[in-house]
Design a protein. Structure first.
Length: 350
């Protein structure tokens, strides 16, 4: 039998240990922000879902890509990863621009696009040579450039984003659909602009219905077209349906038969997408793609409508970094001057 003193000592020791355990537990329940210590935790952003956004940086219009990126980054708390696609000759310029401006905080990867993949697939057309630039076809090759994401956003460079890009990323794609686009007949305000500047918003404006290959598709020429300048894509479905191969097939047929051309409404990058995705795409909220701001230097949207818009697109000839153009003030809100001084805005007084 243990002496009474020894039993008391043991009980006292157990009591002290119990109190220590309680105190330890309480201390470790205090929020990290209130404790005077540094804890090395994983960056919480790494635990959020990444939103991959693909934008091209083309020679002569890198300021467009910078403004688009700036607008997206400034209007969201989401974990955005920018994929900036360029040619070998342009990549150093865009990288320097980002790293030497307030955009240095963004998460980005620069990816080189090899124009050799387009060899033999583009018919030379002198009427609008800018539409034949290699980076116009980056959207055809998204799964090859962006390999670790299932869902991807592609944006033309001549856009600015006024809403939270998370909303666009949350666009629901129906089963079996590889992409979502905006229909060209979905906005009342667009109809007014179509009448005023003669824009095409049906398949007839993009495909040559005099050609048998087009008539054989069985697509009514009055079918509403869609605009592939904003895409929410499902890369798993894209690869499963071999979308890239289908697009390349129609590019090669156009080289041989001239079934669409840049003299028509949308040039050579939109037409094959209209064929391949006909009847097989989901819809983007119309306010997430307010377009045609570049079709005329005179046609303007109302200020109230523009304030409500989530994304503005200057598709057409009249770009907001050039002159003349409309609603340039909205675009310039997000433009960041080129630290190297190579890219300059064209203005009436410049």
């Amino acid at each position: 039998i243990l002496p009474l003193v020894s039993v008391n000592q043991i009980l006292l020791l157990l009591l002290v240990l119990t109190l220590c355990a309680i105190l330890y537990s309480k201390v470790h329940q205090v929020p990290l922000a209130l404790r005077n210590e540094t804890v090395d935790l994983e960056n919480p952003e790494e635990m959020e879902e990444e939103i991959p956004v693909v934008i091209c940086a083309a020679a002569g219009r890198m300021g467009a890509a910078v403004a688009a990126i700036s607008s997206i980054y400034s209007n969201t708390e989401a974990n955005v990863l920018f994929y900036i696609i360029g040619l070998k000759t342009t990549i150093p310029h865009i990288r320097k621009w980002i790293e030497n401006s307030k955009l240095k905080e963004i998460k980005f990867k620069v990816v080189e696009f090899n124009p050799m993949v387009l060899k033999g697939k583009i018919r030379q057309d002198a009427s609008r040579p800018e539409l034949l630039q290699p980076l116009n076809f980056v959207r055809f090759y998204l799964p090859l450039l962006i390999q670790k994401h299932e869902k991807v956003i592609y944006l033309d460079d001549d856009v600015i984003v006024q809403g939270d890009i998370q909303e666009l990323y949350d666009t629901k794609l129906a089963p079996g659909h590889a992409a979502a686009f905006s229909d060209d007949c979905d906005l009342p305000s667009t109809h007014e602009m179509v009448r005023s500047v003669g824009m095409q918003n049906t398949y007839m404006g993009f495909l040559d219905y005099r050609k048998q290959a087009i008539r054989d598709l069985g697509i009514s020429p009055s079918t509403c077209s869609f605009n592939p300048g904003v895409i929410v894509g499902n890369m798993t479905e894209w690869k499963h349906q071999r979308i890239t191969k289908q697009l390349e097939k129609w590019m090669q047929r156009n080289v041989e038969e001239n079934i669409y051309s840049s003299t028509l409404g949308g040039g050579v990058a939109t037409s094959p997408m209209l064929i391949v995705f006909h009847g097989k795409y989901s819809s983007i909220n119309p306010m997430w793609h307010i377009r045609h701001l570049g079709w005329s230097p005179d046609a303007r949207y109302s200020e109230q409508f523009l304030q409500e818009a989530k994304l503005l697109h200057w598709n057409g000839r009249y770009k907001p970094w050039d002159y003349p153009s409309v609603h340039t003030d909205l675009w310039e809100n997000w433009f960041i001057p080129d630290p190297s001084g190579k890219f300059k805005l064209t203005r009436p007084d410049s």
